[in-house]
Design a binder for this molecule. Structure first.
Ligand SMILES: Cc1cc2nc3c(=O)[nH]c(=O)nc-3n(C[C@H](O)[C@H](O)[C@H](O)COP(=O)(O)OP(=O)(O)OC[C@H]3O[C@@H](n4cnc5c(N)ncnc54)[C@H](O)[C@@H]3O)c2cc1C
Length: 328
């Protein structure tokens, strides 16, 4: 085991997940402390542009498993490729984004590598030469500190939007091809098709700005004002469960206990009361802005900025102001 930090760079169809790029920042910070280097690993097919995207971001080496059999995400094949890559890199620490793919892959790889794993981490540091992380538990109501055993590979998934993306423009990385050794046993589970829903709209879990609407929007059509603000801010649209249950938005946009957990830099709750189950999915946001006609609404207890106003008046005005500022 050397002192390097390996970071898995998740990509889909050649698009690198922003949270994976952000994990490079965590990797380079830790590499300074261990005295090793940051090593990136990418898995898929036709990965040239993906390697170009992360070159110069602080990683010293990019390991590339490029194979037609890896073109589509398959948990067993990807676990095999990732495990082989990590064994080749022999790092002290392995980082992944706490994305859907990361959540699927990390425990599988940790199991094969006999590594310790902490998921959804918001702070990563080194103590006594080993990784120490902070991670939310009980839906963000408390945090736990996890100390790793120094003698083994230490794995952690990093919560999206916890770290800023690295600047780029740094030294070029060495690229190393890693042969993918397919195994028939991996085809017990096959992926035939991946259907993307939601058109070109960003997913709430990946956006750094989320604008969410509640039951008070009253219809799917009225959600247009939420989309307008989200687009002006280059963000994603979220919704409360009440809005999704009423059919105003698909459940893929639901934020909360039985929906998705989001951790954007900026979260707008428009006409959302702030029920505990909604808070469970968004209280980890860096800055929360609430717009509500009821000054006593519970959402104001977690909001950094509170606007007591009718959203049908306030949101379009804000959108116009954002557009004006962005135009300059
Ligand atoms: C097991 C379980 C799991 C759940 N999981 C989730 C979950 O994952 N996500 C989730 O969101 N909920 C979840 N819920 C539901 C949750 O308890 C609330 O019922 C829901 O969040 C309420 O949605 P809302 O805030 O949009 O609606 P409401 O509670 O009806 O609130 C609407 C708010 O809009 C304000 N308002 C009204 N008109 C305007 C206007 N014109 N301008 C500005 N403000 C206005 C009102 O003052 C009010 O505060 C769950 C519930 C249970 C029991």
């Amino acid at each position: 085991m050397n002192k390097d930090i390996f970071v898995f760079i998740e990509q889909r169809g050649g698009q690198v997940l922003p949270a994976a790029i952000q994990a490079i920042t965590a990797a380079t910070h830790l590499a300074v402390k261990t005295g090793g280097k940051a090593v990136a690993g990418i898995i898929g097919h036709n990965l040239g542009p993906v390697a170009d995207r992360i070159d110069g971001t602080g990683v010293a080496t990019i390991l590339v498993a490029d194979d037609a059999a890896l073109a589509m995400y398959n948990p067993l094949r990807y676990t095999r490729a990732l495990t082989a890559m990590i064994q080749k890199a022999d790092p002290q620490i392995v980082l992944l984004a706490a994305s859907f793919m990361g959540r699927d892959l990390a425990p599988r790889a940790a199991m094969r590598l006999h590594a310790g794993l902490a998921t959804d981490c918001t702070e990563l540091d080194l103590e006594g030469g080993a990784l120490v992380v902070r991670r939310p538990i009980y839906n963000g109501k408390a945090f736990s500190r996890v100390h790793f055993n120094a003698g083994r590979v230490q794995m952690a998934s990093v919560r999206p939007n916890t770290f800023a993306a690295p600047a780029g423009g740094g030294a070029r990385a060495e690229r190393v091809a890693i042969a993918f050794a397919a195994d028939a046993s991996d085809d017990r589970q096959t992926t035939k098709e991946i259907a993307r829903t939601g058109g070109n709209e960003k997913d709430v879990t990946e956006a750094s700005i989320v604008v969410s609407g509640g039951r008070s929007l009253k219809s799917e059509e009225n959600f247009k004002i939420i989309y307008d603000l989200a687009h002006a801010l280059d963000g994603a649209v979220g919704a409360s469960r009440a809005a999704c249950d009423a059919g105003y938005q698909p459940h893929s946009r639901q934020v909360g206990l039985t929906g998705k957990t989001v951790t954007p830099q900026l979260y707008f709750a428009c006409g959302i009361s702030g029920a505990i189950q909604h808070l469970a999915g968004m209280r980890g946001s860096r800055c929360i802005v609430a717009v509500n006609t009821d000054a006593e609404a519970p959402i104001f207890k977690v909001a950094d900025y509170g606007v007591v106003a009718d959203l049908f008046t306030f949101v379009p005005l804000l959108t116009e102001e954002v557009k004006k500022v962005r135009a300059h």
